[in-house]
Design a protein around this ligand. Structure first.
Ligand code: PHE
Length: 337
């Protein structure tokens, strides 16, 4: 019997099967069939070795090993090839196949609202300024005419930083997460001379009880206009025009007398909310004490200021019933914007 011919047949059949295998499962089947230890075609060949004469044996044995090594080497190579990512397989990769759709992200609804507010206020001539979220007492309270004994300064109503990190020996006193964006009024006036016409949009923090309309972190838009003979009439006009630009001409806004230490007179701004009114911000004429705190002359300039809740405007426009939806990161909610 021609053992060498048997080996040749085995080798070409095995190599062909290896090339044809196109998955990890297929290559494993080929391995079992051609190289299986218990039974399989290699095992058969091995038993036939005993039929060789003593003279044939060295040649036949050498050829057997050669074939066996070649087949297992090729099989290992193909295995690696099949395990590689498609792109690395070169010729196997069909560049003409259509791609899969990529899900595009988008800015958070609050971010979208902030962008739109900046744009609207820009058209009224207000430029955008920024301030830090970690503030000192000077900017959050003192300069805003909020005296030490005022209930708004109660540590239980604010997020004060722990003493060690509060850096309380710094110029502005103990530090806290700002409870209002009015801090940026002070920061702006401290380094700008009038006339001033700015808005500042960002996060504020209050340990409020969380419910449908309250969150311990929310966003405000602060506005400040200071110059010669700035009036309350201008304040009302700017706020009404802003609300109409964002929510439509039929928006219902009302101004209610109120009190803030840093404005005099002060108003609360309410918006019609179903059958009710919901407070959407505060406003008023900048208190002379605030102007003095930043070395402005209250005899020379007057100003108005306002602070609006950004979430509440966004909720009104999109008929969102619960402020908590903004912070839950639920993709079913976020993808609607
Ligand atoms: N800072 C006030 C608040 O957060 C709102 C406000 C801003 C009132 C500016 C008057 C002037 O409630």
């Amino acid at each position: 019997m021609d053992l060498i011919a048997l080996f040749d047949d085995y080798e070409s059949a095995a190599i062909a099967a290896i090339e044809q295998a196109d998955s990890a499962a297929a290559i494993e089947e080929v391995r079992i069939l051609y190289l299986g230890k218990k039974k399989g075609r290699l095992k058969d060949l091995q038993s036939s070795l005993s039929k060789a004469t003593p003279e044939e044996r060295p040649v036949v044995g050498k050829r057997f090993n050669e074939v066996k090594n070649r087949v297992s080497q090729r099989l290992d190579e193909r295995k690696v090839q099949l395990a590689a990512p498609v792109a690395a397989r070169g010729a196997d990769f069909d560049v003409t196949l259509p791609g899969t759709k990529i899900e595009m992200g988008r800015p958070h609804p609050i971010t979208q609202t902030i962008i739109e507010f900046k744009d609207l206020m820009g058209r009224f001539g207000f430029s955008v300024v920024d301030g830090p979220e970690i503030e000192d007492e000077w900017h959050n309270f003192d300069a805003l005419n909020i005296p030490l004994e005022h209930p708004a300064r109660d540590p239980l109503d604010n997020f004060y930083l722990a003493a060690a990190s509060a850096n309380s020996d710094a110029k502005g006193g103990p530090r806290l997460l700002r409870s209002q964006t009015s801090t940026v009024q002070i920061r702006t006036m401290e380094h700008t001379q009038p006339p001033v016409r700015v808005v500042s949009l960002g996060r504020v923090y209050r340990p409020d009880t969380i419910d449908k309309t309250h969150s311990c972190m929310f966003h405000q838009m602060e506005g400040l206009m200071v110059g010669e003979s700035v009036t309350m009439a201008q304040l009302k006009t700017v706020l009404l025009m802003f609300a109409q630009a964002y929510l439509g001409d039929d928006v219902d806004i009302r101004f209610r007398p109120s009190f803030f230490p840093f404005t005099e007179p002060s108003v609360e701004v309410d918006m019609k909310w179903g059958d009710d009114w919901l407070e959407v911000g505060g406003a008023g004429m900048v208190d002379p004490n605030v102007l003095r705190a930043v070395n402005y002359d209250p005899e020379q300039v007057t100003g108005f200021a306002f602070g609006l809740g950004i979430e509440r405007f966004c909720m009104k426009r999109h008929e969102i019933d619960d402020i908590r939806r903004f912070y839950e990161n639920d993709i079913r909610f976020l993808s609607q914007f």
